[in-house]
Design a protein. Structure first.
Length: 114
């Protein structure tokens, strides 16, 4: 094996190991916290949303989401639950067909920071 291939293998393994440990629910590298609706979420007693970008990026092409579903800028999307329930935004896939339905609040509303 030449050096470049060796480094590629080391790098890919490191990423794979990183992914093994990335299943927790607190925000980490590659996660995007969605908290524009902080006030309403507080009232409803749910935490801000953690969107695991990498988890989705490795499963879908960028253009599946950008820009048909999400503007490619943090905080630029005005998302609410009614829209999700109607099959918009996250609900385009979290509809019980492509992915689980938006009934399990804590799976998305999982931000453990302040
Ligand atoms: C499943 C949907 C989905 C896929 C697939 C996806 N993204 Fe995103 N992306 C999002 C969401 C949601 C946000 C957050 C937008 C917000 O904060 O309102 C985002 C945000 C971003 C941002 C802005 C981050 C920032 O800090 O401003 C960039 C850049 C980005 N995506 C690039 C990509 C690239 C490149 C790919 C493909 C490799 C990709 N995305 C695939 C959903 C997706
Ligand atoms: C293009 C389709 C698509 C969109 C859009 C999408 N998701 Fe997902 N998401 C999936 C799929 C597929 C899974 C895996 C489902 C499974 O394992 O059964 C998933 C899984 C997840 C998980 C669990 C990740 C894990 O570690 O198991 C979370 C959390 C999540 N999505 C949040 C969101 C949020 C929040 C949004 C909107 C900002 C969103 N998703 C938009 C397709 C999508
Ligand atoms: C698939 C992911 C997902 C699931 C599951 C989910 N939400 Fe949300 N929710 C979001 C996203 C994304 C936002 C927008 C957050 C922001 O931008 O501040 C949001 C926003 C909200 C808001 C504030 C906006 C509004 O519509 O009033 C409330 C309240 C809320 N969710 C409650 C809930 C409850 C209760 C559940 C369970 C029945 C739930 N959510 C399940 C992703 C999800």
């Amino acid at each position: 094996m030449n050096k470049r291939i060796l480094w590629a293998v080391v790098f890919v393994s490191a990423v794979a190991v990183g992914m093994l440990f990335s299943g927790q629910s607190h925000a980490e590298y590659g996660d995007i916290v969605l908290d524009r609706k902080m006030d309403s979420m507080k009232k409803a007693n749910v935490k801000p949303v953690v969107f695991p970008h990498w988890f989705h990026r490795i499963r879908f092409k960028c253009k599946v989401c950008h820009e048909d579903i999400f503007i490619i800028k943090k905080g630029a999307n005005d998302i609410n639950m009614q829209a999700i329930m109607e099959g918009k935004f996250c609900g385009r896939c979290h509809n019980g067909l492509t992915a689980w339905e938006p009934l399990y609040c804590d799976r998305c509303h999982s931000y453990e920071g302040k």
